[in-house]
Design a binder for this molecule. Structure first.
Ligand SMILES: Cc1ncc(COP(=O)(O)O)c(C=O)c1O
Length: 374
């Protein structure tokens, strides 16, 4: 709070502030998963701030990227090629060539992509993204379906079956969805990968992707420890089936930073309308875009801190927080219970460390908010 007040008084709002120790702790929990060999590759799309990347790198994480720009950033950050996972879809030849020359491990999204790859680099090991959705009941998670026939991603079972015995398949990848709290859903999906492992004689790695829940209205934090125990058991089974040690790769994104970040802005206007307290702030949802992208599901706990520490009337009243543009959908929060607010008070939105600052858009003309690490 001291730092938040300091930056606010210096006139720096809006800004993001991150708790470095929280990020480090989240990294450590993944690195404590007992299976070896284990590689935890942070999904850079969740937060690509260089200071953030520095923290996760120092903590011992590797990196996952899905675009050439992020690949270049990862290389400039001195991640070695073999510490980078690259997965994307509909890649063109140039992209494949650049990924290959970086030395990153590549995961392909379709049979067409595999054919292109094999025409460019015959007999070279490659990972495939497995859409095993027809073997489970796929769940709709934040952002929709990531497996099953409602998802555009990955190779479906018919394609995977046709590849049986292919010595070039060196990795199996799965990404079941995002912001999931139930460990059992992950495992129900993962166990089908166990069956696929025996198809591929040269399998080197299994990548279970990310998707670990954090930041929404979950009562308990995702239990990384319990997840790690179960995933280790599963990997040990895979090892005994294939008769070789297969590497385990995880790609956590959201969970590494979500609960470490806060977005801070200042109240600049208040209106009463339709029995609602409409709180105007000196920021726009383009600087804090999750409520814009996910109006039905984005949840960020809100604190209103009085500018001079005076006790305010804490009685909750139906409120919305709106941004300082003319865009009709410029809301940072809608229909929430908040205490009486005053012009000059500070608004702090929590769970703002992932998919927030990185999702900034230049639409409306507001700059990216500053980011501070404490
Ligand atoms: C392939 C892949 N891996 C990892 C991630 C990170 O996922 P999350 O932030 O849900 O952990 C994503 C995010 O979209 C992804 O597409």
């Amino acid at each position: 709070m001291e730092k938040i007040r300091e930056h606010t008084e210096a006139g720096n709002t809006p800004f993001y502030v991150y708790d470095t120790m929280r990020i480090q702790e989240n990294c450590r929990e993944f690195l404590n998963i007992p299976y070896t060999p284990l590689s935890v590759n942070y999904a850079m799309m969740a937060n690509s701030n260089p200071l953030f990347l520095n923290i996760i790198k120092q903590a011992g994480l590797k990196i996952f990227v899905n675009s050439l720009l992020h690949l270049e950033m990862a290389l400039n950050f001195n991640f070695r090629g073999d510490e980078i996972i690259f997965a994307a879809s509909a890649m063109d030849e140039l992209t494949m060539r650049q990924v290959k020359s970086s030395g990153a491990k590549l995961v392909l999204d379709s049979i067409g992509q595999l054919e292109l790859w094999q025409s460019l680099f015959p007999d070279t090991g490659i990972g495939i993204r497995c859409n095993i959705g027809e073997l489970v009941i796929p769940r709709k998670t934040t952002g929709g379906y990531f497996i099953g026939n409602q998802s555009r991603l990955g190779l479906t079972m018919d394609s995977i079956n046709n590849l049986k015995g292919n010595p070039c398949i060196s990795g199996l990848h799965i990404y079941v969805g995002t912001n999931i709290s139930e460990i059992d859903y992950f495992l129900d999906c993962y166990k089908h990968i166990l069956n696929l492992a025996e198809f591929f004689p040269k399998l080197e790695f299994i990548d279970f992707g990310g998707g670990f829940g954090s930041g929404e209205k979950v009562k308990k934090r995702f239990n990384i420890h319990a997840y790690g125990r179960k995933v280790t058991e599963l990997m040990n089974d895979i090892t005994s089936i294939s008769g070789r040690k297969i590497s385990l790769i995880l790609e956590p994104g959201r969970i590494i930073g979500a609960d470490a970040g806060y977005f801070v802005c200042k109240i600049t206007d208040i209106k009463m309308r339709n029995n609602q307290q409409l709180i105007g702030v000196n920021a726009s949802s383009v600087q804090f875009p999750r409520p814009l992208f996910y109006p039905d599901s984005a949840y960020h706990p809100i604190s209103i801190v009085s500018r001079n520490n005076t006790a305010s009337d804490k009685t909750g009243r139906l409120s919305s927080i709106y941004g300082c543009s003319t865009y009709s959908r410029d809301y940072l929060a809608r229909d929430v219970e908040l205490p009486q607010a005053h012009i000059g008070d500070i608004v702090i939105l929590g769970h703002a460390g992932s998919y927030c600052s990185t999702a900034h858009t230049s639409f409306l003309g507001f700059p990216k908010a500053e980011e501070y690490f404490i």
